[in-house]
Design a protein around this ligand. Structure first.
Ligand SMILES: [Zn+2]
Ligand SMILES: [Zn+2]
Length: 286
């Protein structure tokens, strides 16, 4: 049973309607498609997020789509990708409680080094500019802040799936922004992995950046994935799809890379959320 829980549509920064995403998923043989638009975010922090007045329409449309596709071999789930930012946004916020979501993805995109939140995955240029402006040129402060937020998210709980665990590396191609072999960096990432060992949350092997920005490998890095496997942390494969074709043949090479990353870390199965409960499915069928 092939499933993808991380899909965006035109309620946020996706290119197409949820219906077009469903058609692509069905054609590609997915049995479960979770729609997870970027949840509304206070203070207008990130323009890719859904605007608050559209939330009601989103919930109604995805629920209606789910009913429509029920008999057509595709289970559609209603989700949201909710930004985590301490004291600004959490899944326990009144805004999200009682929406009746099938699941939520918790993601750290934003860190605040003192002059306001910025998205670590926006661009290499904005990353560098913030390091200069807010951190005196010391990029280590960005990943430290990132993993502090991530650990706070894990400890707070309330999310079902953790999004792209080491997103802070997105534009660090060839180590041009910071050194990922720095023992302190590895310790910070492994600290998050250790916390996850005792947490009730599923981790993504997210191949979205392979589809959209030319990344060579999925998140998270192999050393993190091995640590997660050793701690018994469950994983799902996530396309983080922003366009229908990313669920189809154009995405299949990246999905196979995600399966291979799982196998290399010692996984033999991935988690499956269907009909309201989590089970496991063999990697080859995922
Ligand atoms: Zn994200
Ligand atoms: Zn996403």
């Amino acid at each position: 049973m092939r499933a993808n829980y991380h899909s965006h549509c035109d309620y946020c920064d996706g290119s197409s309607s949820a219906r077009a995403m469903a058609e692509a998923a069905c054609a590609a043989g997915f049995g479960v498609l979770g729609i997870s638009s970027h949840a509304p975010l206070g203070r207008g922090l990130y323009e890719g997020n859904m605007k608050l007045p559209r939330l009601g329409g989103y919930l109604a449309e995805i629920r209606s789509l789910a009913r429509e596709w029920e008999g057509r071999g595709l289970e559609i789930l209603l989700g949201l990708e909710i930004d985590w930012l301490r004291e600004a946004q959490s899944p326990r916020d009144a805004l999200f409680a009682g929406l009746g979501l099938d699941y939520s993805i918790g993601s750290v995109h934003l860190v605040d080094l003192g002059s306001g939140p910025f998205a670590v995955d926006e661009s290499a240029e904005s990353f560098r500019a913030r390091v200069e402006a807010d951190a005196g040129g010391d990029a280590r402060r960005v990943w430290k802040a990132y993993y502090e937020e991530l650990c706070a998210l894990i400890e707070a709980g309330g999310f079902d799936i953790l999004g792209h665990l080491d997103l802070v590396t997105k534009y660090n191609r060839g180590g041009e922004l910071f050194d990922e072999s720095d023992p302190a960096y590895r310790e910070a990432a492994l600290g998050a992995a250790a916390l996850l060992g005792g947490a009730d949350i599923v981790i993504e092997i997210n191949y979205g950046a392979m589809l959209r920005s030319g990344a060579a490998a999925p998140y998270p890095a192999p050393f993190i994935l091995r640590a997660l496997r050793e701690r018994g942390v469950r994983v799902v494969l996530s396309a983080d799809a922003h366009a229908p074709e990313q669920l189809g043949p154009a995405g299949s090479g990246a999905r196979e890379a995600a399966r291979e990353a799982a196998r290399a870390a010692g996984y033999r199965s991935v988690a499956l959320l269907s009909k309201g409960s989590w089970t496991e499915v063999g990697i080859d069928e995922a």
